[in-house]
Structures are given as C-alpha cells and as structure tokens.
Design a protein around this ligand. Structure first.
Ligand code: ADP
Ligand code: ASP
Ligand code: MG
Length: 594
C-alpha cells in the first residue's frame, strides 16, 4: 500500500475550522487507498506567542526550557487534529517527537536528527490509523525534549518520508507552490512547476522562507520528491525534485535577506591561520557567517568581510575583537543597514553572462553594489537596505522570472519516489541521518586570479568590469567584490589560466578608466572544491577547511561557499598539499562513491 506524508503548516491549522478541513483532506487521501501520515505545526502564530512569553520573563531564557515551551505548540495541534478525525468517524493517533522516537543531538533550539524509529508509526498505519506526528521536535539520548529550529516541521516531514520510504511528501501551506521569489514581497513572482533540490536549497538558505533548508538536505540525500501546495485548494503546486524547470533558463529564482549586517576587518595579517581564528571565534558563538570575502592588500595584509544576521552583529563584533592582538577597533567597520539579494539557477553553471547581466540591471537602476559573492549556481550582492526591494524587483524581472519559459512543464507533475535511493542504504553509510556528507574533494589547477584594487566606489563598476571581460569571450568563474580602504572596492575573479594575458590587458584598461589603484594577476592559481550536502548549515565546514589549510601553512586567496560546494583558491605550488590535507580533514564524512 502506498504511503503519503502530508505536512500542514501553522496557517493551515490556525483555527478549528482549518484543522477540520485538513482532517478531511487526510481522510480523502486515505479513502483513495493510501496510508496517511500527517505532520502538523503549531496553530497559527502560536510558536511566536510562546517565544514572546519567554522574552517577557527574561531576555536570555535557557535553551532547554525554550524547547520544553515551544514543543507544546505542536502537542496542542496534533491532539486537536486527531480529535477532528475521530469526530469525522475515522481512526487517528497523535504522537509527539519523543513518542515516535525521533532521536536528535542535544543542541537545544536547533537540534539535528540522529535517527528515527519507524516501527510504532508503521504498526499504527497498518492498523488503519491516520498517524499525526508533531512537527519540529525530537528527543535526545537523555530523554530531553529538543526542537529542530524555527520552521523545522518541514524537516520532520521530509525525514519521516525518507525513513518510511513514502511515495509522496506533500507540504501543505498558505501559498500554492514555490514561486520565483516570495509572492508577498513581489506580486510579479511566478509559480514554478518544478525546481531542483540544489536550487531550492540555495533559495531556502538565502531567504526563501517557504521551506526549511534542512528539509531539502534530507530530500536530496534520500531522494524524496516534495510537492509544495496549498492547504486550501486542490490545484497542483510545485515539485521539488532532481530536475530543473527549464533547461533554457540560467536563473530559476531570486531571494532577499533583508536584515543583514556587514563586518569588515581591515589589515588582517595575511598569514595562514588568522582567518581560521576569526571564523572559529564567530562559529563558537553558533553564528552562521555568510558572504565571506577576502582580498589580499598590496601591503601583504588582508581585508576580510562577511555578513551575519543583523541581530547577531554585537556578538559577532565581540568575537572578532577577541581573535588577534593586531585587530583593534580601528580595523573593524560595520554596516547594519544592508540587505542581500541573490539569484539562483543550475543553468548559470554552463550559460555565461549571468553575473554581468545582474550587475548591469542594478547599475542601470543606479543601485550601488557593496559586496559580491558567487558560486556555481548563485550570485549574491549586498546593497543598502533602502534599495533592497527595488533591487529584487529589477533583478527578478531583468531575468524574466515573471514569464514562464517555453520548455517548462505546464504544471507540477506528480513524481514517484525513486526507490533506487534506499534510505537504509544511505543511513548505513552515515553515523547519524543529518550528518554532513561530502561526495567529492577535487582540484582544478588551471586557474588564474585577477584582482583590481581600490576602485572608487560608484554604482556600475562591477557591470563595467565584467562586461569588458565578457566582450573578450573569457569565461569568469568565481567573483568577489570586497570593501577596500575608505569605502573603495576591491574586485577579484578567477579565469582559465590560458586567458590570463588577455584578461590582464582588458582589466588594466578598465581599471585605469575606473581610477583603480592597481591590477594584479596571479597566473598560478588552483581551485579546490569540496562538494556534498549541508555544507553551509554545518557551520563547521569552513572552519575545518581553514584549520587544515592553515596547519599545512597554505594561504587561502579566495573562498566561496554554497549549500553544496565550498571552493578555495590557493597558490598552485601548494595545490597537491592542499588537496591531500583537505582529504584528510574530511575523511570521516567522505561518502563511499561506489
Ligand atoms: P508554513 O507555516 O506553512 O510552514 P511558512 O510561512 O513557513 O508556511 O512558508 C510559507 C510562506 O513562505 C509564504 O506565505 C510566503 O510568503 C513565503 N515565501 C518566501 N519565499 C517564497 C517563495 N519563493 N515561494 C513561495 N513562498 C515563499
Ligand atoms: N512551529 C514551529 C515554528 O513556528 C515549527 C514550524 O512551524 O515548522 O517555527
Ligand atoms: Mg514553514
């Protein structure tokens, strides 16, 4: 018999009428011949209300007690859901995370799933019950209640679908699918018929709140197709699967993270290890750093910039000051009025011109780009918060995301789970279900690195640089723009080594036009790539890399990160050593690729 997991978010169970409507939907699926496992969130804004109560009592509630408190929200909704199903004349049993046996680590308020028992749920399903699981919660080895982090019911649903080998995993929510960007922020947003795991992972971690990003890690790791759809209608929504919607489009979606803060540390001694200490100090406070950008200055000192969520700025600044006696207040600048706007698409990996187009449309709208980072499948820019909404609109429509591609499926097509990816087999290779997995560590030693330093900062500089490069037909790979001295900009990018002479010529000309202080080229660069699942949500990945490389005395010239890949540029003479030490550093999580 086929099994369907149906998750209902907070808005979808906000009152008793909605709970009964969801109960009816589950019963209908059962009548159609499926076993049905519901995963339910707390009613409406109940979790926010509970957080508010805690804050009224104390600014710093203990994380254990927060989990005790927040887990009650889901206990209310699952029991009411069971009662609603009983009242309609059907069999149902509600279960908390602990009752199911969702075992997690002990990181209260952001616990990760270690393992899930399936026997009790399976038995109850086999007895004809609709089983209703409380989302977002689990239990650690000491029987302490844990929660998975805000929005974590999606992760409960997909994880249960994975271990039970469910045929479908429906995410029923208050929008009727995944849109090209948040439809409440941009009315022009278009519903996607389909989106790939990698794109959804990036979008979710870049601010698209429709899915908890860790749920997509599960989906990808265990091959679970997800159907995001409306709780209130029957129209097909969006399938999250391992295929893109359109092969002709380089960009599939855009996202905004409104409340970011930028921190720049100038004059960091450019010796292996300092960056590592910097990020280790921040990570020790469990702050996730994004948009890490590092340029080496002409004085041999590095400028390191990165962004953090605005509410974590103060703690971050404290962490930075602790790192090195050479880092004083005068070295540190910050801006807490910035937002990050990103575009994501698997297609950009093999369709050039995406970055320069993004920079061009922003420049035409006179929007200043403060920082840039790219990865294979995303480009992020940091802009002043007052420009952010306009930047999102311009970029979204600039890539015609509001218009459906000709080669897209008409609507979401149901996809059955591919059973070749057997959950048990995947789990057997892992210590714990939500562990970091690394599939590959590779080396490309045919790169060159170009840096333009101290460009007076005005809107349009990135557009001019990358259009000039694009005109010569040179393919640019990584791009970073950092904040230089006195608010000027430093831009670095990598190209194939054979293009280095041409690139230098073009860059020198454009550098002069823009009033840059100098252009430098490093013809002997190598790129090391670590790819896998959970690279960003496991904040330790960057630290492990920096630590391993710094121990081996290897300096990192450039770094970029995404959910599925971290790339670093190092000197080519150190490439083999770097590869060996990264393989050693990740040996325990490197998946058997047989
Ligand atoms: P639930 O309570 O059902 O989990 P959420 O509020 O977590 O619902 O997620 C749904 C919301 O996500 C939508 O109301 C929408 O505003 C927001 N959202 C953000 N980005 C997107 C996107 N790209 N597509 C659809 N919805 C999005
Ligand atoms: N109720 C939790 C929250 O509001 C979990 C969830 O809804 O996914 O964050
Ligand atoms: Mg949600």
């Amino acid at each position: 018999m086929s099994l369907i997991v149906q998750k209902y978010g907070g808005t979808s169970v906000a009152d008793c009428e909605k709970i009964t409507a969801a109960a009816r939907k589950a019963i209908r699926a059962q009548k159609e011949g499926h076993q049905v496992l519901m995963v339910v969130s707390a009613m409406g804004k109940n979790t926010d209300m509970l957080v508010g109560l805690a804050k009224e009592i104390t600014e710093r509630p203990s994380a254990r007690e927060m989990d005790m408190l927040l887990s009650t929200g889901e206990q209310v909704s699952v029991s009411l859901m069971a009662m609603a199903i009983h009242a309609l004349g059907y069999k149902a049993v509600s279960l908390t995370g602990a009752q199911i046996g969702i075992k997690t680590d002990s990181t209260h308020t952001k616990a990760r799933i270690h393992s899930i028992e399936t026997s009790r749920v399976q038995r109850l399903l086999d007895e004809g019950n609709i089983v209703i699981a409380a989302g977002f919660q689990g239990i650690d080895e000491n029987f302490e209640i844990t929660t998975l982090g805000r929005g974590g019911s999606d992760t409960t649903a997909v994880a249960l679908a994975a271990v039970l080998n469910a045929d479908a995993c429906e995410i029923n929510t208050d929008v009727d699918g995944v849109y090209t960007t948040d439809p409440r922020v941009l009315p022009d947003a278009r519903k996607l018929s389909r989106i790939s795991y990698d794109e959804m992972l990036e979008l979710a971690s870049l601010g698209a709140g429709v899915m908890h990003s860790r749920s997509i890690e599960f989906a990808k790791k265990f091959g679970v197709p997800i159907h995001v759809r409306s709780s209130f209608t029957d129209v097909p929504g969006t399938m999250i699967v391992d295929q893109v919607e359109s092969k002709s489009r380089p960009v599939s979606g855009a996202a905004i993270t409104k409340n970011e803060a930028r921190v720049t540390v100038e004059g960091v001694p450019d010796i292996p290890g300092i960056s590592h200490q910097l990020f280790a100090s921040i990570a020790s406070r469990a702050i996730a750093v994004d948009m890490v950008v590092q340029n080496v200055g002409n004085d041999g000192k590095a400028n390191v910039s990165f962004t953090v969520p605005e509410e974590e700025l103060q703690q971050t600044l404290e962490a930075v000051k602790e790192v090195h006696e050479g880092i004083h207040d005068s070295n540190i600048s910050h801006d807490n009025q910035v937002s990050k706007v990103s575009v994501v698409g698997l297609g950009m990996a093999d369709q050039p011109g995406v970055a320069d187009k993004m920079f061009r449309v922003l420049s035409e709208a006179d929007i200043n780009i403060q920082m840039i980072t790219t990865s294979e499948i995303k480009i992020s820019v940091l802009v002043a918060r007052e420009d952010a909404q306009r930047a999102l609109q311009i970029v979204h429509n600039g890539f015609q995301l509001d218009v459906a591609p000709d080669d897209a499926p008409q609507s979401a097509e149901a996809v059955k789970r591919e059973r070749e990816l057997d959950a048990a087999e995947v789990v057997a290779q892992l210590r714990f279900m939500e562990d970091l997995t690394i599939d590959d560590i590779s080396l490309d030693n045919s790169q060159a690195l170009v840096t333009i330093r101290q460009i007076p900062d005005t809107p349009g500089i990135a557009a001019k640089v990358f259009e000039a490069i694009a005109e010569t037909g040179i393919l640019v790979d990584m791009i970073v723009q950092n904040v230089g001295r006195d608010g000027s900009a430093n831009i670095s990018f990598t190209i194939p080594r054979e293009s280095v002479a041409d690139a230098q010529k073009v860059t020198e000309t454009i550098g002069k036009d823009l009033g840059a202080e100098e252009v430098t080229t490093k013809a002997d660069a190598a790129k090391l790539s670590v790819s896998g699942i959970g690279l960003r949500s496991h904040t330790s990945v960057g630290i492990r890399m920096f630590e391993a490389l710094s121990k081996a005395g290897i300096n990192v010239d450039l770094i970029n990160t995404s959910e599925v890949m971290v790339n670093v540029i190092v000197d080519n003479s150190k490439a083999d050593d770097a590869l060996a030490c990264l393989k050693e550093a990740f040996a325990d999580v490197l998946m058997d690729s047989k």
